[in-house]
Design a protein around this ligand. Structure first.
Ligand SMILES: Nc1nc2c(c(=O)[nH]1)N[C@H]1C(S)=C(S)[C@@H](COP(=O)(O)OP(=O)(O)OC[C@H]3O[C@@H](n4cnc5c(N)ncnc54)[C@H](O)[C@@H]3O)O[C@H]1N2
Ligand code: MOO
Length: 401
């Protein structure tokens, strides 16, 4: 058995960033990775404009003139056509073009208006409240580099340049299925020995968080032919296949044997609990993860190995989730030999210190423990039982599930 760290290092060393590119509308670009840089085709703002509602004037006039006559109005989108001469000003709104001749804007709160003239009741610096072309971005600027993960601010930035679509990396295509003769779909009646398939729903939710193309291959029966068929479909359609179940040593566990025939097994079995029989390999031009069937094992192995692999594939730079130190408030049962990912409930106390307690029973079939938990409690391979008060590591689930 290899360690969790060895498995993670092996996976990240094996998985390349997908190079395929596509054009998408800015509306669809949130969270996508830029494949071509964005260069400014124009200045933003494109024109000199006012930062305030007020009056555009010539600063030199303030030394001599006691009153300035208002000769017109400039609205945003409706510039004033003329120019401002000595002793004149223009009523101006925020965002409107500052008219020729004017060099400063006084805000209206600092002005006394009497008919068609104004008196200025405060001091004003030359150039005050005037925003210049290109203050935000200059024509020709390299505004966003390729490799950048686009966020909401970036979408607005791109739109402000008048650019409607961008070149991004194609999203990974991820196929997934559940394997097992005991599995029934929702709506079917359970016969003795049957259970409802839950892993596909869990995996679907986890994949949705990663912004990938999801290909559901359904429930696959425990026969070599059915498993082979699913693998062949995945090779045609997807960059990665994720299965759950059938990777242990049982007589109906065909997943690893099929992978050996159609692809390659890179490793099988990790010294972790839950998730020991995780299988990783290659399949055609893509990758394969065989997750153990137990519902908690599915989630643990997905979060620790599949998620980082997909993040790396889609071009993200920090695929692994951070761990934090926490005081463990409950005793934990543990056997030495495997690294444990127990389910915990964590919070920060008033001093900012993380504290964590166990959700209780830790069987890898108890999916409710994952639903109740908000973190994994990470216990090193060599540790035995943990006394209350021990410092442990935690991985909060924020944003992961
Ligand atoms: N003799 C040994 N037996 C087992 C070992 C071992 O080392 N030696 N390892 C155990 C561990 S650890 C795990 S984890 C499981 C994993 O086994 P499989 O990956 O082959 O999974 P299955 O046997 O197919 O299923 C395990 C368990 O999970 C339930 N299951 C499966 N699929 C689903 C699904 N889609 N939705 C809900 N529940 C599912 C299944 O009914 C089983 O109860 O092997 C141990 N055995
Ligand atoms: O490793 Mo298994 O996942 O304990 O249940």
């Amino acid at each position: 058995m290899i360690t969790v760290e060895q498995a993670q290092a092996h996976i990240l060393a094996s998985i390349p960033v997908l190079q395929a590119q596509e054009r998408v509308s800015v509306w669809q670009a949130q969270g996508r990775i830029l494949a071509q840089p964005v260069t400014a085709p124009l200045d933003v703002p494109p024109h000199r404009n006012s930062a305030m509602d007020g009056y555009a004037l010539r600063h030199a006039d303030l030394a001599s003139a006691t009153a300035l006559s208002v000769i017109g109005t400039a609205f945003a989108g409706h510039p004033f056509a003329g120019s401002v001469q000595a002793g004149e000003c223009v009523r101006i709104m925020t965002g409107a073009v500052v008219p020729d001749g004017a060099d400063s804007v006084v805000m209206q709160e600092n002005v006394q208006r009497e008919g068609d003239s104004i008196r200025i009741a405060s001091t004003l610096a030359r150039g005050e409240n005037v925003r210049h072309p290109g203050e935000d971005m200059r024509i020709g600027d390299n505004v966003l580099d390729s490799g950048r993960k686009l966020n909401a601010a970036d979408l607005g930035l791109i739109a402000s340049l008048g650019i409607g679509d961008v070149t991004v990396l194609r999203r990974p295509r991820i196929a997934f299925c559940s394997t097992g003769d005991e599995l029934k779909s929702i709506g079917e009646t359970l016969q003795p020995g049957d259970i409802y398939d839950s892993n596909r729903y869990t995996l679907y939710g986890l994949l949705q968080k990663l912004d990938v193309e999801i290909i559901d291959l359904g429930i696959v029966r425990d026969t070599p032919t059915a498993v082979e068929h699913a693998f062949t479909q995945a090779m045609e359609l997807a960059d990665m296949l994720i299965t759950s179940g059938g990777v242990s040593v049982g007589e109906a566990d065909y997943v690893t044997t099929t992978l050996k025939q159609l692809g390659q097994v890179n490793f099988w079995k990790i010294a972790m609990k839950p998730g020991k029989p995780l299988t990783f390999g290659t399949l055609g031009n893509g990758f394969f993860f065989g997750l153990p069937g137990n519902p908690v094992s599915v989630m643990a192995t997905f979060l620790l190995f599949v998620r980082p692999a997909i993040l790396q594939m889609r071009g993200e730079s920090i695929p692994l989730t951070p761990e934090y130190s926490a005081i463990c408030d409950t005793p934990l049962a543990k056997a030495a030999g495997r690294k444990d990912y127990q389910r915990g409930i964590c919070e920060r106390d008033t001093s900012g210190q993380w504290r964590v307690s166990s959700t209780g029973g830790q069987g890898s079939h108890v999916l409710r423990s994952m639903s109740q938990a908000n973190c994994f409690i990470v216990l090193p391979q060599e540790w035995g039982n943990v006394a209350a008060g021990t410092m442990v590591s935690i991985i909060p689930f924020d944003g992961l599930l």
